[in-house]
Write a protein that binds this ligand. Structure first.
Ligand code: SF4
Ligand code: SF4
Length: 375
């Protein structure tokens, strides 16, 4: 396993982190439960392979992930950095502390190493940052009491808003999305690292879904990595500003493969990164023949986030990661994704968007094609 220094904390962390959001599940008496017979040995195998950072959250795996992680950490607690999150569902410091207490209880531990403000955006952050005994004051109190070691945040807001949150000086590490298909936070990784934050990447292989074979992704290097997951993981790991690449793993096989990749020295040379970036830029140009994400067509009266839907479609038709695209579109239909949008069938064919699209795209027709291709 390769290790690196985690920002100003000075900790030596493993380049691979265990994301406990996709633990194997079973059904017990009609209810979903973590399959602990598989999940616990898998997490402990990860620790034995040198993985020393594990990330969970209160709602992962039907709200059962923290309990399973707590059990897996028995005998390993002092060797592994533990991360979980607080959703800040109201702004009272007491509520924030009550959620922390609950997580500590579920995890059966006295302290959390990295406690995240979960999925904060700049606008919300600014609205409660200075509140008297709001979330920040509560976090500082918890840190002074030793209940948490470091205050962190996870991020899903627009890339351009992140530096201002970093500049608040409150946070010691950040958890943010970055992968071959979504490099919008690349500059933020560098900025966060330059400010001494530990940087953890979520979704390095698109939540495991970039694991689907793709001739486009595997063809990025002449040596043809054996899977697109390997290509995607090596790309993230080769970024010096990525300290930990967090992979959500469901099987021992995925763990063994990821651990092997994270144990390699030198993931991609500078030249290889340049080749990959150049080829992905070409692919992006191809994607932009369809939709440039300019947003001019928005808002849609039927609440369809047109550029988001077309981005998903491009993952299928340009990058050939069709399973990934299908799962993204499923999130749209079920309303479970971070980006909110009605699905393509909600289009009333009013035509307003087409009059505003500089690419002169047949949006109505393409929405129909998207739905057909991804359902
Ligand atoms: S044509 Fe469809 S997608 Fe375009 S604005 Fe009208 S409802 Fe929205
Ligand atoms: S206006 Fe056209 S190019 Fe721009 S986001 Fe909408 S569909 Fe895409």
């Amino acid at each position: 396993m390769q290790y690196t220094t985690f920002g100003n904390t000075g900790y030596k962390v493993s380049k691979l982190g265990f994301g406990a959001m996709r633990l194997p599940m079973v059904e017990v008496n009609g209810k979903k439960a973590v399959d602990e017979d598989k999940a616990i040995p898998m997490m402990q195998r990860a620790f034995d392979l040198g993985v020393n950072y594990i990330d969970t959250a209160p709602y992962y795996c039907d709200s059962l992930s923290e309990i399973a992680v707590g059990k897996a950490l028995k005998g390993y607690r002092d060797k592994v950095y533990l991360s979980t999150k607080n959703p800040i569902e109201n702004l009272s410091g007491d509520d924030w502390l009550a959620r922390l207490e609950k997580s500590l209880k579920q995890l059966d531990t006295d302290y959390i190493d990295f406690y995240h403000f979960w999925g904060i955006g700049l606008k919300d952050f600014k609205s409660w940052q200075g509140l008297e005994f709001g979330p920040i004051e509560a976090a500082r109190k918890a840190k002074a009491q030793g209940l948490i070691k470091h205050i962190s945040f996870s991020y899903h807001d627009d890339a351009q808003n992140m530096p201002e949150i970093i500049d608040s000086g409150i946070f010691e590490s950040v958890l943010v999305q970055y992968n071959l298909l979504d490099r919008s936070n690349e500059e933020n990784l560098a900025y966060a690292a330059s400010k001494g934050l530990g940087v953890v990447i979520m979704g390095p292989v698109g939540g495991g879904r970039l694991g689907a074979p793709s001739a486009v992704i595997q063809g990025l290097l002449p040596e043809k990595p054996k899977s697109s997951a390997e290509m995607a993981m090596r790309f993230v790991l080769s970024n010096p500003n990525c300290h930990i690449s967090l992979a959500g793993m469901s099987t021992m096989e995925q763990l063994e493969e990821n651990a092997k990749i994270a144990s390699r020295e030198g993931h991609l040379s500078e030249e290889e990164v340049a080749t990959v970036v150049a080829m992905m830029t070409e692919n992006k140009k191809l994607a932009q023949l369809y939709c440039t994400s300019c947003d001019y067509c928005m808002p849609c009266p039927a609440n369809i986030n047109i550029p988001h839907i077309f981005n998903i479609m491009n993952n299928h038709r340009v990058y050939e990661v069709t399973d990934f695209a299908k799962s993204q579109y499923k999130e749209v239909i079920e309303g479970t994704g971070w980006v909110k949008s009605a699905d393509a069938t909600k289009c009333t064919e009013c035509g307003v968007c087409e009059t505003k699209c500089p690419q002169k795209l047949s949006i109505i027709k393409q929405l129909k094609e998207t739905h057909k291709a991804l359902v």
